[in-house]
Write a protein that binds this ligand. Structure first.
Ligand code: GAL
Length: 653
């Protein structure tokens, strides 16, 4: 199968003088852009007073873009309820964990659970879809904008409390079942009626963990049903168009697999430099990758969202230059915007769309770069986009990506549970999953990131970073496989109600793994557990389990007890491995899986798309593309300058 990747741009006609629209549209088309996203923050501009619509300006903007054959991705404007709506219905506002109501004046101030807001959102989406749903230029819809951005998934409003009680009634049916599930006999917390239950906030110390996990599940379901409500309207009034949402990077507060189930495509917003600055990377890594971004961040999300979108993924917002929102905002190295674009395409992006067409000189994002400067002269990224459009027209159609050899099992619920009960301040599930992904990519392996109920049978190697709630179905699915499977620490350790598994961890995975965990310890960053594997010495960080088993360990702590075990094809890890230990483990697994590996520690990453292999040089030095001497290069060459891309045809795999 082949496909023709497309480039797009985010455009805000309402920010600009109307005189500019036609020249903008022409310049986009001339640049080779064929998709333009508009509309997602326009509510106060299309409905300035309740029930009084002003569509004319948007009609003209749509016609102007359509006149240049640009396909429009129309955003529903529900991320920004206007002032009049908030004043009329302050109950639509979300509340933070201290019960403080969010205020008007930025965006995403609504509560997913407000029935009034759901009605209002349905009304504006219906109005917009009725107006533009059958317009030939409208090729897709984006629901809302970045659900959860600015910490807005979980709200503690009165509406959320009410909806939570109803959610609990459906889940538990009677209050005794809830008391038992949550263990409310502890600290005298028993309830007589669902009506007595509040959201788990502002308690003196930690609220009941099962209560918190249910609140997280509930909040996630609220996002999914809010999205489904919009999708239903759009499908009815705008049939045949792709419906997408733009998800975020390193964001797990709701189950993206569940939300994406109602969508046609999972899109995401890629800001590699901002993410490198804002997340857990070490100072040396931040320094090394300051202008390129950590080499696995973009790829990790491409693979995750391809999994969410059941094979279909777009980048809706691509960082074009310095952003405005991280603690520090450096500029990408020249070439990075092109590199990120090709990397997205190599990982299966059907569309890569840049945020935004022109830097806006006013309001919150005036310091955020764009393809064009505020004076309308091209900025650096513009020229890189020009190069990519020329390259795409030379190379397209391109083969679509195959199933990767490795599956990494991703669980949003695992991340919630381990945030509720980290036991070590530094135990973050998302980081563990990312480090395992990074380890695989360092070996040159392509990865599919999949939910736990995904069919794992096509894969040659399965990595489960940690799955605290593992049911029998999952255990059976792993049992059926014959390829190597790695289970990370804390897998199977909890029941659905966040209690310790009755047979002790790893619970339903006990028979499969052949181990029983009798004690766990968490370790401060000042301490590393020494681990011995044959003659080699590695370290376990943050976490250590004490195991009873008749198996002999593959690796042992200094006191002789096991850190890594294998029973048949299933391997169990009793610690958080440091980089070297992880590298050793993954190399061994890859070997047993029959996968050829190459060490890519040098900042070069590869990705196959059918019979084309791409290489990306994230380092600040020249590197050699890992291509055979007689390779036929489609992009670049064997000698790779910093921030460059090479691609060549594979003769065989
Ligand atoms: C995204 C958001 C955009 C814009 C952008 C700036 O999170 O969807 O509206 O704010 O960041 O980088």
């Amino acid at each position: 199968m082949t496909a023709h990747p497309r480039l797009g741009v985010c455009y805000y006609p309402e920010h600009w003088d109307e005189d500019l629209w036609a020249t903008d549209a022409r310049a986009m088309a001339e640049l080779g852009i064929s998709r333009v996203r508009i509309g997602e923050f326009t509510w106060s501009h299309i409905e300035p007073h309740p029930g009084r619509f002003d569509w004319e300006w948007l009609d003209r903007a749509v016609e102007t873009l359509a006149g240049e054959n640009l396909g429009i991705i129309m955003g529903t404007p529900t991320a920004c309820p206007p002032k009049w709506l908030v004043d009329r219905h302050p109950e639509i506002l979300a509340c933070d964990a201290r019960g403080q109501q969010r205020k008007f004046g930025s965006r995403r101030h609504y509560c997913f659970s407000s029935p009034v807001y759901r009605d209002e959102a349905a009304r504006i989406v219906t109005a917009m879809a009725s107006r533009y749903g059958s317009h030939h230029a409208v090729v897709a819809w984006q629901t809302d904008n970045e659900y959860g951005c600015h910490d807005t998934t979980i709200s503690y409003s009165a509406a959320a409390a009410e909806a939570f009680r109803n959610w609990l009634k459906l889940r538990y049916e009677n209050i005794q079942a809830l008391n038992k599930a949550w263990g409310t006999v502890f600290w005298s917390q028993e309830y007589e009626d669902f009506a007595q239950i509040d959201p788990p906030c502002s308690t003196v110390t930690e609220a009941t963990p099962a209560h918190r996990l249910d609140y997280w599940r509930f909040s996630s379901d609220q996002v999914a049903s809010f999205n489904a409500m919009q999708v239903d309207i759009l499908r009815r009034l705008s049939p045949g168009r792709d419906i997408v949402h733009n998800f975020m990077g390193f964001y797990t507060e709701f189950d993206h697999f569940a939300v994406a189930r109602d969508l046609d495509v999972a899109a995401w917003d890629s800001y590699p430099l901002g993410f490198t600055e804002q997340f857990w990377f070490s100072e040396p890594q931040k320094r090394e990758y300051m202008r390129q971004g950590h080499p696995d961040i973009a790829a990790f999300h491409h693979d995750l969202y391809r999994g969410c979108g059941r094979g279909r993924m777009w980048v809706m917002e691509q960082q074009p230059g310095p952003v405005n929102w991280a603690a520090f905002n450096p500029a990408p190295l020249p070439g990075m915007v092109r590199l990120w674009t090709w990397e997205a395409i190599a990982h299966g992006a059907e569309i890569v769309s840049y945020f935004r067409w022109r830097q806006v000189p006013f309001a919150q994002e005036q310091m955020h770069a764009a393809l064009n400067l505020p004076n309308n002269k091209p900025d650096v990224a513009y020229l890189e986009v020009r190069q990519v459009t020329e390259e795409i027209s030379r190379l397209a159609p391109l083969p679509t990506a195959d199933i990767a050899p490795v599956a990494l099992v991703f669980s949003y619920e695992a991340d919630w549970l381990l945030q509720i009960q980290p036991q070590a301040k530094t135990f973050r599930w998302l980081r563990l999953a990312f480090e395992m992904y990074e380890g695989l990519r360092n070996l040159g392996l392509d990865v599919d990131i999949v939910p736990e109920d995904h069919d794992l049978s096509p894969y040659k190697l399965v990595i489960v970073p940690s799955l605290p709630i593992a049911d029998n179905k999952f255990a059976n699915a792993l049992q059926q496989l014959s390829v190597p499977v790695l289970l990370g620490p804390r897998s199977g350790s909890k029941t659905t109600n966040l209690a310790i598994a009755p047979e002790l961890p790893p619970g339903s995975l006990s028979a499969l793994t052949g181990v029983t965990i009798t004690r766990v310890e968490s370790l401060a960053p000042r301490w590393k557990e020494t681990v011995h594997v044959k003659e080699r010495v590695f370290h376990g960080l943050t976490w250590r389990e004490h195991i009873e088993t008749s198996l002999s360990p593959l690796a042992a702590f200094s006191d002789g007890s096991g850190a890594w075990y294998r029973k048949d094809h299933i391997e169990y890890l009793a610690t958080w491995p440091d980089q070297e230990f992880l590298h050793y483990i993954l190399s061994e697994l890859a070997l047993r899986a029959g996968l050829g590996v190459q060490n890519r520690d040098s900042g070069v990453r590869t990705r196959d798309k059918g019979m084309i292999r791409f290489a990306f040089n994230y380092s600040t030095e020249r590197r050699k593309a890992p291509a055979p001497p007689n390779a036929e290069f489609l992009l670049g060459a064997q000698d790779m300058p910093p921030a460059s891309v090479s691609a060549w045809r594979l003769i065989s795999k």
